[in-house]
Design a protein around this ligand. Structure first.
Ligand SMILES: N[C@@H](CCC(=O)N[C@@H](CS)C(=O)NCC(=O)O)C(=O)O
Length: 220
């Protein structure tokens, strides 16, 4: 009999889905990947809309057929009961505040700049829009940098002693900031934290087995 599988719907270059592959790697949780392509229109099909009303990746499908959309919800689901989701209510609130920051102020400008500058440079991008995203992305990295400076050279996003799903959530689009045209080394504490994060046992690069391709722009 086949072992029940947890299935991840993702795309090759999705930073939001990368969070889930990293989390599964860090937890030693096997995942079966169903890799779709936005450029091919896979997310616009009625079959995918039936699985995920939000029509986005990541989507996690459980062995009983239930499905969880949204990277934050999936990170919570996978990490609950492990050290990646703290037991203390105040610490949980701290983690959630960083998840909210990632979704509202960090990921949107960084993901849009990466999409327009590196993945689809053929798409039109008005100078004013680019400048707004650039300002928002710099502000988000600066807030994260200040937090990591407070946490110290061994520290993590939502507490000094232990990484949490806040680190997993904030890693991908921080790591990809150069593709978004940002000067990542200027955010020294963020750069150091990225190095510490990538040294964690179970860390997964964007393209499996190819950490050298983390900033690769094309599907392979
Ligand atoms: N809030 C969502 C955002 C997911 C998201 O933006 N996914 C992108 C790929 S990284 C996507 O599916 N884009 C296709 C589309 O929106 O049509 C999450 O955190 O999971």
């Amino acid at each position: 009999m086949n072992a029940p599988v947890i299935r991840l719907y993702d795309t090759q270059r999705s930073g939001n889905a990368w969070k889930i592959r990293i989390m599964a790697g860090l937890l030693g949780q096997p995942l079966e990947r169903r890799t779709l392509s936005i450029d091919r229109g896979d997310l616009g099909t009625p079959a995918f809309a039936k699985l995920n009303r939000f029509r986005q990746v990541p989507l996690l499908e459980l062995p009983d057929g239930s499905a969880i959309p949204e990277s934050m919800a999936i990170l919570f689901f996978l990490s609950a009961g492990t050290p990646w989701w703290p037991a203390d209510r105040l610490e949980q609130a701290e983690v959630m505040s960083w998840l909210s920051f990632e979704q509202s102020r960090h990921m949107p400008p960084l993901a849009q700049l990466r999409l327009h500058l590196a993945i689809h440079p053929d798409w039109p991008l008005a100078a004013e829009q680019r400048a707004t995203w650039q300002r928002q992305a710099e502000e988000a990295l600066s807030i994260l940098n200040t937090r990591l400076l407070e946490s110290g050279s061994e520290g993590w996003v939502a507490g000094a002693g232990q990484p949490s799903i806040a680190d997993v959530a904030l890693y991908p689009y921080s790591r990809l900031a150069r593709m978004a045209g940002l000067d990542l080394p200027r955010f020294e504490a963020v750069s150091d934290w990225i190095g510490r994060f990538e040294a964690l046992p179970g860390y997964q690069p964007l393209f499996p087995g190819r950490p050298d391709l983390n900033e690769h722009a094309e599907e392979i």
